[in-house]
Design a protein. Structure first.
Length: 157
């Protein structure tokens, strides 16, 4: 039993990383499998992503981009493919970096298990969206807007 506990501790330690500089600490446990990469957390949003929230955004499921330049607030958590008939895959994209009116957020997604790709756009720059992807699984998402780039993994059930 002790050896199993030691193995679990090492596995969990390998699944965590340091948050990007300026990112909010992520004290809550991931709410999805760590094997997909980017953890979904429900702790406080980064300070720069709290505009429009009446508090620190704690409780809102979100994924921070690998470079810490964008956050996806998952109002449709868990995301599903095909989309659930009773709620959408609503994602609020919030950029830490300046965006301009009329920007377009370009999303290039690749399904980890198959290499299948999908492209989506959010007109009006980072902001509210419904992002439906064709199949369940772990999607690697490359994001580009106003000369900025970041990436994350999103799980669709």
């Amino acid at each position: 039993m002790r050896n199993l506990l030691i193995v679990v501790v090492f596995v969990l330690a390998g699944c965590t990383g340091s948050p990007p500089e300026g990112a909010a600490p992520t004290g809550s446990p991931p709410v999805k499998a760590a094997s997909c990469g980017s953890p979904v957390v429900t702790d406080a949003l980064p300070v720069w992503a709290r505009g429009g929230f009446s508090d620190d955004g704690a409780g809102a499921a979100h994924v921070l981009g690998r470079d810490g330049d964008i956050v996806a607030v998952l109002f449709g958590a868990p995301l599903t493919a095909p989309p659930s008939p009773d709620r959408g895959n609503k994602i609020l994209w919030v950029s830490r970096l300046p965006a301009q009116m009329g920007d377009t957020l370009r999303i290039s997604a690749t399904l980890a298990a198959t290499g299948e790709t999908a492209a989506r756009e959010v007109r009006g720059g980072p902001g509210p969206s419904i992002i439906d992807l064709p199949k369940p699984g772990c999607w690697h998402v490359d994001l580009a807007w106003n000369g900025h780039v970041d990436a994350m993994d999103l799980t669709y059930q």
